[in-house]
Design a protein around this ligand. Structure first.
Ligand SMILES: [Zn+2]
Length: 316
């Protein structure tokens, strides 16, 4: 599996397919599900304690991403998600309120980069918090998620929605009926294969349309946790656990930007501050975003725990 950089400006879809990944997982040096490059001997293996339990992870020697090792099973992933707040109705609706700052920053970014956009597909829509805000601002929103209860709830709110294991199986939009804006807010860390899902997203977005991703990029904290673990084991382990939480992968921002570009998109802007969920977030989180915004703007050095990426599918 390789990254078809040549397709970037050619108008043809990228080459990744999700089906290529599972059989590779069992191989000694599996292809990296974060950047798509073939596995090499410089892939590092490690054990990570997370809400998923003690699990085996690898660090890609090419892109620096940490990722969970193992086959992806959507039913197991959905069963895991309903144990988390964003997979449960009451807690999910509370989260919608908590994340309003981020939702409105996203909509302001969409208006800035695509003022003529009308349709939005929200991937990993949960209980529709972003879709409701988007509707208030005049957008026609649709959503996909892997949790049936979340999809039912979103449908009850009057949105088109679909249970969807992969964007490759999405029926709400297509190359013949593309969407103006595809948003992925706090969802890409659960994708089993970043390049394959980005390639599928590329096909669903209209030429000139936008891909907007709230990405969680804490791999630098995992690396710090690993470095201090020999001298402060408890703190090192805690830092890794808090960085990974229940995610399936953890990628440096610059590597992720490269993967998005390799999948055919051009990066319009990266705004760490837009990724802050709430003004009620803890002071530590708010400080990290404030410092991260400054360091990215001035030095292109990414220190924040996340960022908002606005990327465009070039006109054919
Ligand atoms: Zn990689």
């Amino acid at each position: 599996m390789s990254v078809n950089v040549a397709s970037k400006n050619s108008g043809s879809p990228p080459v990744f397919t999700r089906k290529q990944q599972p059989q590779l997982v069992a191989e000694k040096f599996a292809a990296c599900p974060a950047c798509g490059r073939p596995g090499k001997q410089n892939t590092t293996r490690l054990q990570v304690a997370s809400p998923r339990g003690e699990s085996s992870w690898a660090k890609c020697g090419d892109c620096g991403a940490y990722h969970l090792i193992g086959e992806y099973d959507c039913a197991i992933e959905a069963a895991h998600t309903v144990q988390m707040p964003w997979g449960q109705l009451r807690a999910g609706v509370r989260l919608n309120d908590f994340k309003k700052r981020m939702f409105n920053a996203t909509l302001a970014g969409i208006n800035k980069h695509a003022s003529d956009a009308k349709t939005i597909l929200d991937v990993g829509c949960s209980f529709g918090g972003f879709l409701l805000e988007a509707r208030r601002q005049g957008y026609d929103g649709s959503g996909v998620d892997i949790v049936p209860e979340a999809v039912d709830y979103v449908k009850q709110q009057g949105f088109a929605a679909e249970e969807c294991e992969s964007l490759e199986n999405c029926h709400l939009f297509s190359e013949q009926n593309p969407v103006d804006v595809l948003t992925v807010l706090d969802a890409h860390i659960y994708w089993p294969n970043q390049p394959a899902e980005l390639a599928a997203a590329w096909r669903l977005i209209r030429p000139g349309g936008l891909l907007v991703m709230r990405v969680i990029t804490k791999s630098h904290f995992v690396s710090i946790g690993r470095a201090i673990r020999p001298i402060a084991p408890k703190f090192g382990k805690l830092l890794i656990r808090r960085s990974v939480t229940d995610h399936r992968f953890c990628m440096p921002l610059k590597s992720l930007l490269h993967t998005i570009e390799a999948c055919g998109f051009s990066i319009e802007s990266v705004v760490p501050r837009d990724a802050q969920h709430s003004d009620e977030s803890s002071i530590a989180v708010r400080s990290l975003f404030a410092i991260g915004q400054l360091s990215w703007k001035m030095l292109r050095c990414h220190l924040a725990p996340g960022a908002m990426i606005y990327a465009r599918k070039p006109n054919a």
